[in-house]
Design a protein around this ligand. Structure first.
Ligand SMILES: Cc1ncc(COP(=O)(O)O)c(C=O)c1O
Length: 484
């Protein structure tokens, strides 16, 4: 047995996994092992090297407060990513907990299938339509961002079937995007590392060029010219594939997975003109941009998007309970409605979608956003935040910075002049993340960029603290790589 397997065998024999079936209650015997050990014996972690994890073990997060989380050693970390772009309101809301408690007492669960409904789903859908960035007609509630995108693909296909054009099936998205982990949502995702060993993406999911101006612009090309080149390339792709076979274009207004990358100037204006020309549906994935993150309620408002369909999740409920939504305009709903009549029903649904407790929580979170005027708050913090990013540009490891609202990205380079990146073996991202942790900061590196998305309740002082701790982490990392 190799070392990890041995460790697991040891833990398995030590952990009292058998259940007591003697009495009316079934419970685990108390374990003398720590959570650290029990995690390695029992938990599979998403987006994790599972073999390495058996050697390094987990970081056990015990609780949070404001923008900080604590581990089981009592160490405190400023979470500059709001735990996967989720914790807009930070941690521990008694107000929302009370709403969940009351909702659970009133209607633990009921489905929305076959015409059943309940107040929380109606109230939340109505509120989403009121605050939508463009006129929207109906809302389909789901449980996660992946489910929302997956279901939206089905809606797009259903729409084209309804119009008698089932050959309109191909979906175009962009390199650098992330749209979720279901088989279809990951097929939309423009990152081959998510496809390897799964035999994905499915056929008919096409990924056009990355939007990274710093990395991909030609010498002397302005941002507007770069955007025009991307729009021209999109049009060439549509013509190559055959416009009559293209169903929809998918875009996240700011690309989280590309390292919190805002679009280049003029990009969406030029791209939308192409979509209009070929009558292609536009789906905006607002899973990370929705609800104030970009300094407007929606990324679509910040960048002038006119989507037919919007998907959203995460900050919708400040991630206090899982819930997501698809908003569709009347053009789409009208066809979907008639097609469902033709087929006898809209045969799609997830048991937990529109869960009354989750919907009640989301509604309360939206009320809190209203009271805080969340988008205006983010807009007012944007200059302080961008100033912190700008302050890092003199660092030898920093090539460029960009950001919007409370989203920021920092390009990591080995050489500022040539813009060369470090070899993969150096694991520069892993080093920066680890050194940030040593400096009390949780940060994320994606696509060779530090990607910030702090809780929206963050204060100016805490934003400055992110800048200070990042610099310390970069200094420590530079010393390390110079010593290699
Ligand atoms: C833009 C975007 N879309 C979709 C998703 C998938 O959401 P979920 O993890 O809730 O399925 C994510 C997750 O990070 C995302 O960033």
């Amino acid at each position: 047995m190799n070392a990890p397997t041995q460790m697991i065998a040891r833990l398995r024999s030590a952990v009292p996994l058998q259940l007591d079936y003697g009495g009316p209650t079934i419970m685990n015997k108390p374990s003398s092992l720590t959570y650290f050990e029990r995690d390695m014996a029992s938990v599979v972690h998403p987006q994790t090297n599972l073999l390495k994890h058996l050697q390094t073990g987990p970081t056990i997060v015990t609780h949070g407060e404001g923008v900080y989380v604590y581990d089981d050693a009592g160490d405190r970390f400023l979470d500059s990513g709001a735990a996967l772009w989720c914790n807009s309101l930070g941690y521990g809301s008694e107000r929302v907990a009370r709403v969940a408690y009351e909702a659970m007492q009133k209607l633990t669960y009921f489905q929305l299938f076959r015409g059943y409904s309940h107040g929380p789903a109606i109230d939340l859908s109505e509120r989403l339509l009121q605050i939508a960035p463009v006129p929207m007609s109906k809302v389909l509630l789901q449980c996660s961002g992946s489910e929302a995108n997956d279901s939206a693909v089905k809606i797009v296909w259903y729409y084209w079937h309804g119009l008698g054009k089932p050959e309109r099936r191909k979906i175009i998205s962009r390199q650098g995007s992330y749209h979720g982990s279901t088989c279809v949502a990951i097929s939309l995702t423009g990152n081959s590392s998510y496809h390897k060993s799964f035999g994905l993406p499915f056929d008919g999911f096409i990924h056009v060029d990355s939007l990274n101006y710093y990395r991909s612009a030609k010498p002397g090309e302005t941002e507007e010219q770069f955007s025009q080149r991307l729009a021209d390339a999109l049009e060439a792709t549509i013509l190559r594939e055959g416009p009559e076979t293209v169903a929809a274009f998918w875009a996240d207004p700011v690309q989280g997975n590309a390292g919190a990358l805002p679009p280049p100037k003029g990009y969406f204006e030029k791209v939308q003109a192409v979509l209009k020309k070929y009558d292609i549906l536009f789906v905006a994935d607002e899973v990370i941009c929705g609800f104030g993150r970009t300094g407007s309620m929606w990324g679509s408002q910040t960048y002038g998007l006119q989507p037919d369909i919007i998907t959203c999740a995460k900050q919708l409920s400040a991630a206090m309970l899982p819930i997501s939504a698809i908003l569709m305009n009347e053009k789409v709903f009208d066809v979907v409605k008639n097609e469902s009549n033709k087929q006898g029903a809209f045969v799609h649904g997830f048991t937990y979608a529109g869960h009354p407790v989750a919907a009640s929580v989301a509604l309360e979170v939206l009320k809190i956003y209203d009271e805080m005027d969340i988008a205006a708050r983010v807009k007012s913090l944007e200059p302080v935040f961008l100033q912190q990013l700008d302050g890092l540009t003199d660092h030898p490891l920093v090539g460029a910075v960009s950001g919007v609202g409370l989203i920021g990205g920092v390009e990591i380079v080995k050489d500022k002049e040539t813009r060369a990146s470090f070899d993969a073996g150096v694991d520069i991202g892993g080093r920066i993340v680890e050194n940030a942790r040593k400096n009390g900061l949780i940060l994320r590196v994606a696509s060779n960029r530090i990607a910030y998305s702090p809780p929206l309740i963050i204060s100016e002082d805490e934003i400055v603290d992110i800048g200070t701790r990042t610099r310390a982490a970069l200094d420590d990392t530079l010393a390390e790589v110079r010593a290699l």
